[in-house]
Design a protein around this ligand. Structure first.
Ligand code: FAD
Length: 382
């Protein structure tokens, strides 16, 4: 028996579920977010927080560029509003990002990348090795070339979910954490969510709209009919952090090589990431994973040799078959009519948070997906 009625229920308290919820709550809608563990504990916690619509665009990803660019343009205002609404700093940083080449082969790769990104309209500056080292003196003297992207900023992604939670609650939203959601469907229509508590008890909640934002776990939602399951899979990523002197950091901007990236944080941590592995939900940090990251990082920034390793972790990116997000209502007739998906953000979910919130909230309010979001419809997979 349902004993609780809501306007909109979001399944998943990562950055996507919380940001969509905040956007809808600001528009006056009644929002409840259901998270089975702690808020932001999934990929949102594991990410590097790069907002890299430019440098990260690779051949075959041109189709994603209008969305990532739109997201990048929204970020400064989104960050300022979220900081004001929550009172939390997001450590939004605007130094830009650099890609460096360490060998002649690397330089050719960099030139190919620059040609491709130039064709896509990404604004990049070529730097000579000495210009690159003027910007970042601790980089190896073995540089052969570098590219600089002014607009590729970064944010402390671990600050994001807590800030969104405060802002959502202040806007009137409700959060149920530590309770797993199951979908309730009736006569082929999705009508609500059952909250399952750790002691096995449950509570049914009816809703006008249910939005699935459960990241890499979106396919496994209990109660979701088999035909309606989104083609989302976990893509494992390992990372580690070393501690720099926060007052005199070795690095001030994000630096990419062909194999890894280095992300300096305000508190002096330097993140080194990330592996990309098809290993399901394997939770292990491995010797091989760390070795690969550290070796490549040491080649780029030899002075990390003496820095203490302070953390290592694993996260699971919500991957989709075309590496693009899945946004909008699933088609009718699959047993869960009316269900909205906001998942599959793969390695760009932090960057895509504000644009996802905007597109999904507008869709809920207006019943139509904006042009920008149409090609990311779930219908492309069913
Ligand atoms: C190593 C790594 C580095 C990354 N770096 C970047 C980066 O630099 N820039 C960038 O833009 N992106 C990056 N990403 C990608 C980004 O982290 C993800 O795309 C984004 O966090 C996805 O957010 P989400 O809210 O969809 O998923 P998640 O953060 O995983 O949240 C999903 C939530 O749903 C909950 N959940 C699951 N099932 C249920 C259920 N049945 N009931 C209730 N709750 C449920 C989970 O507990 C989880 O909290 C990176 C990811 C990884 C792993």
């Amino acid at each position: 028996m349902a004993d609780d009625t809501h306007d909109i229920i979001l399944i998943g308290g990562g950055v996507i579920g919380l940001a969509v919820g905040w956007s809808l709550a600001q528009a006056g809608r009644g929002v409840a977010v259901v998270e089975r563990g702690q808020l932001g504990q999934g990929a949102s916690q594991a990410a590097a927080g790069m907002l890299a619509a430019g440098i990260e665009t690779e051949p075959s990803e041109e189709g994603l560029l209008p969305l990532t660019r739109a997201a990048q343009a929204l970020w400064p205002d989104f960050a300022a509003k979220l900081e004001a609404a929550s009172g939390h700093s997001l450590h939004y940083r605007t130094e830009g990002s650099m890609v460096i080449a360490l060998t002649r082969d690397d330089r050719e790769w960099l030139q190919r990348l620059a040609r491709f990104q130039g064709k896509c309209g990404v604004e990049l500056e070529f730097l000579t090795p000495s210009q690159a080292r003027q910007r970042e003196p601790a980089l190896t003297p073995n540089l052969t070339a570098a590219l600089y992207s002014r607009q590729d900023h970064q944010v402390e992604n671990r600050a994001l979910a807590p800030a969104l939670a405060v802002a959502l609650r202040r806007a009137g939203g409700i959060i149920y954490d530590h309770s797993a959601a199951e979908l309730i469907c009736d006569h082929g229509r999705c009508v609500g969510v059952r909250r399952r508590h750790s002691d096995g008890s449950s509570q049914d909640m009816l809703a006008a709209r249910v939005i699935l934002a459960a990241g890499a776990w979106s396919r496994d939602l209990v109660g979701l009919p088999a035909a309606a399951r989104p083609p989302v899979r976990p893509i494992k990523g390992q990372m580690l952090a070393v501690q720099m002197d926060a007052a005199a950091p070795l690095l001030r901007q994000v630096v990419w090589t062909q194999n890894i990236y280095l992300v300096p944080r305000d508190d002096g941590r330097l993140l080194i990431g990330a592996t990309i592995e098809e290993k399901g939900f394997d939770p292990h940090v491995t010797a091989g994973g760390l070795f690969g990251l550290l070796e490549a990082a040491w080649r780029a920034l030899p002075a990390i040799e003496d820095l203490p390793v302070v953390e290592s972790w694993v996260g699971h990116r919500p991957g989709s078959p075309d590496d693009a997000p899945i946004l909008g209502e699933i088609q009718a007739g699959l047993g869960a009519d009316g269900l909205i998906l906001a998942t599959g953000h793969h390695r760009n979910g932090i960057l895509l948070t504000p644009i996802t919130a905007q597109l999904i909230a507008d869709f809920v309010r207006q019943g139509e997906m904006a042009d920008l979001g149409q090609k990311f419809s779930p219908r492309r997979f069913y």
